[in-house]
Design a binder for this molecule. Structure first.
Ligand SMILES: [Zn+2]
Length: 412
């Protein structure tokens, strides 16, 4: 049994913080949360005095690419270093991400199920993982890797021939259904797909250029749901965004032009579709040396912020995802600072990376809030993130990370 006492608690539900909280952990679960100090603790309990510290639920990043480290073609096509070196680089990022207070990460393609197994077996340290493996898209979509010379390579997120990162390009409803099944067979916990281009996709396939028709997307969503997998869909604007929402995906990733059609966000609110704006990656793209990428990132900035503001007004849940990977692995909590700059309160930004994020993953029964019965994933920070959200990305402020009831990192 572990007991954190004298803590300031932000529990992830959106409730006001509580001072002098006592949080009792038994095995890997939160056993009790008391809002007044107690002193009669069992003799064998491990007491952690959190005076002056803030306890939050373990943080959740709903869109990361843990196994990607740069955007250049040689790296994306896995030509630049031995696979073993790359895997160890990825293992280092997994460890660093956990140490930053992120106890759960949804990987939006590139990470294979072997990493999840290695973490579960204790071979390496890292967050709980929710895996998508690869981006399902048709010919010409963002999962279809073609070089500027026109030469295709299998899939940008895929080592050719690696059965753990299945081929993800598919066309027509039969093919789409098969690819969803192959992803699940290879260990996908969620299906990642794309119905538009993006800021960094090739010239000619931009944020409003579509991929997949409605029949294909409906087949993809139906098949994923039949296999109890949610669908996270990269979609920025135009017809492809419309098709994704119409097909009933569970989250819209990026969603930069959601506000262009007033019905988009209304339908998302009606259907409980989450919005993962991934602001951090566009800060990077606005500085891109590639003119088409920079121009797209600059053009989408204002509409993106307006989309987030309206989403919050009409009750669409906005959750935190960094889209880290290609742009390196900056502190994931930088996304929370971006969310506050786009109009969220600090409390909403914390919910976006805790309670709401767990709902986005469909794991709200186990994760995302500090409440009795939930898994004991906690992060303890020095200072008050409600007064200054940016302190969450300062690794020196992360005093303690507890995952599954075990102390993963301690700096106190
Ligand atoms: Zn992404």
């Amino acid at each position: 049994m572990k007991i954190l006492k004298n803590a300031r608690l932000i529990d992830g539900t959106g409730a006001a913080p509580v001072d002098g909280a006592t949080i009792v952990l038994r095995d890997n679960r939160i056993d009790a949360v008391a809002t007044r100090n107690q002193s009669d603790f069992p003799a064998d309990a491990e007491i952690i005095d959190a005076a002056g510290l803030t306890v939050l639920p373990g943080l959740i990043d709903c869109h990361d690419h843990m196994a990607n480290h740069r955007y250049d073609l040689a790296h994306r096509w896995r030509l630049d270093e031995p696979q073993s070196t790359r895997h160890l680089r990825t293992a280092a990022v997994l460890k660093q991400t956990l140490a930053a207070g992120y106890t759960t990460v949804r990987d939006a393609a590139g990470l294979d199920a072997g990493f999840k197994r290695a973490i579960e077996e204790g071979l390496i340290d890292g967050p709980r993982l929710v895996l998508s493996l690869a981006i399902v898209s048709p010919f010409g979509g963002i999962g279809d890797a073609v070089s500027p010379s026109g030469l295709p390579l299998d899939d940008c997120c895929c080592i050719p021939g690696d059965p753990l990162l299945p081929e993800s390009v598919c066309n027509g409803i039969d093919d789409v259904r098969q690819v969803v099944r192959k992803m699940v067979r290879a260990g996908a916990d969620v299906i990642k797909c794309a119905t538009t281009g993006g800021a960094s996709s090739r010239p000619g396939h931009g944020p409003r250029d579509g991929a997949f028709n409605l029949d294909e997307m409906q087949a993809l969503v139906d098949e994923a749901h039949a296999l109890d997998r949610r669908v996270m869909c990269h979609a920025l604007g135009g017809r492809g965004l419309d098709i994704a929402i119409e097909a009933g995906v569970n989250s819209i990733e990026h969603g930069t032009y959601l506000n262009e059609n007033p019905r988009h966000l209304e339908r998302m609110a009606e259907r409980g579709i989450f919005f993962v704006p991934t602001l951090l990656v566009y800060e990077y793209h606005r500085r891109s040396p590639q003119p088409h990428v920079k121009a797209r990132a600059e053009a989408l900035y204002e509409p993106h912020i307006e989309s987030i503001k309206r989403a919050l007004r009409i009750g669409v849940k906005v959750v935190a995802g960094t889209d880290a990977g290609g742009h390196g692995h900056p502190a994931n909590a930088g996304e929370l600072e971006c969310l506050v700059k786009s109009g969220m309160t600090p409390m909403q930004a914390i919910q976006a990376a805790t309670g709401w994020a767990a709902e986005c993953l469909g794991q709200e029964a186990e994760l995302g809030t500090v409440e009795p019965g939930k898994l004991a994933d906690l992060v303890v920070v020095s200072g008050d993130p409600l007064a200054d959200i940016s302190l969450l990305r300062d690794i020196k402020r992360i005093a303690l990370v507890i995952k599954d009831g075990e102390i993963a990192v301690a700096r106190m």
